[in-house]
Write a protein of this length. Structure first.
Length: 281
């Protein structure tokens, strides 16, 4: 609301603005999401060509030659127990069949820009990768079949989004609560479908969900109001008016330390599962 002076005269000061500042989060472009989409698609194309050249088989809608998947780094429990722990990472980018690929690409296309927009490129990539590792870890521990796919990482994005909007649900108002509700519904439905199907590695999904939520708790951005207008000195700083971008509080060392702790837990889990698998009953 503008408050006009009672009289206008030459040299009169400008009207006083009685407007409260409005704050918003400056969104990041989904650059990492686009790169991940391209990498996953490129790896799938490579698996198709490799299958055709080495085994004379082409990928179908529902499956890819298992020999190709194993060659390229699928999660194979006995091989991981023998020291090939890199498979817990490479399995994230492999997919079995066109439908498996398209489902995960679509999920990443929808969820990636939402989360990356709010938390930034590095945090988003960290959640994606660590979630994928946690998904592979729980699958390694509790699921015997050969397994591939970015589903664990995508469930990690769901976990990260849920934690973010749970934290800031009141700040985003109705829109934030609607997003939170939708994420919870999607999580429950996918977990129910996973447990009702014998072809879905639901332990990988749960591991990714846990990993994404765990990482987000420690690296979630904390926001502050922007600095006062230039020239204003405490104790009477004056904020600008109109829409202003919130500032992310500097917590780099704390965030790095949290990610290191999460990775230590991951490697400790890999060690514990491997020892359990190699120890005779």
């Amino acid at each position: 609301m503008n408050i006009q002076p009672p009289h206008s005269y030459p040299g009169a000061p400008p009207p006083i603005l009685d407007e409260q500042p409005q704050f918003y989060i400056k969104l990041s472009r989904p650059i990492v999401t686009q790169v991940l989409l391209a990498v996953i698609l490129a790896v799938f194309v490579a698996s198709v060509l490799l299958g055709a050249m080495l085994y004379g088989s082409w990928t179908s809608l529902t499956s890819t030659n298992i020999n190709v998947l194993i060659l390229m780094g699928a999660k194979v429990n006995p091989l991981i127990a023998q020291g090939e722990i890199w498979r817990l990472f490479t399995a994230i980018f492999l997919h079995s069949g066109v439908m498996h690929l398209l489902f995960n690409l679509y999920a990443l296309y929808i969820l990636g820009p939402l989360l990356e927009g709010y938390i930034g490129h590095i945090r988003f990539l960290t959640i994606f990768l660590v979630s994928g590792l946690y998904g592979s870890l729980l699958s390694y521990a509790l699921s015997s079949p050969v397994s591939v796919g970015a589903s664990g990482a995508i469930f990690g994005l769901l976990g990260g989004i849920t934690v973010f909007f749970l934290k800031y649900r009141n700040n985003f108002g109705g829109q934030g609560r609607a997003i939170l509700q939708n994420m919870l519904i999607v999580l429950v439905l996918n977990l129910v479908i996973g447990f009702s199907s014998g072809f879905i590695d639901n332990w990988g999904h749960i591991g990714g969900l846990i990993g994404g939520a765990l990482v987000m708790v420690g690296i979630m951005p904390r926001y502050e109001k922007p600095a006062s207008l230039p020239g204003m000195i405490a104790p009477h700083p004056v904020m600008g008016v109109g829409a202003q971008a919130l500032v992310i509080r500097e917590r780099r060392l704390a965030e790095i330390a949290w990610v290191v702790v999460c990775l230590i837990l991951f490697f400790a889990g890999v060690y514990a599962v491997t020892v359990a698998r190699l120890t005779p009953l």
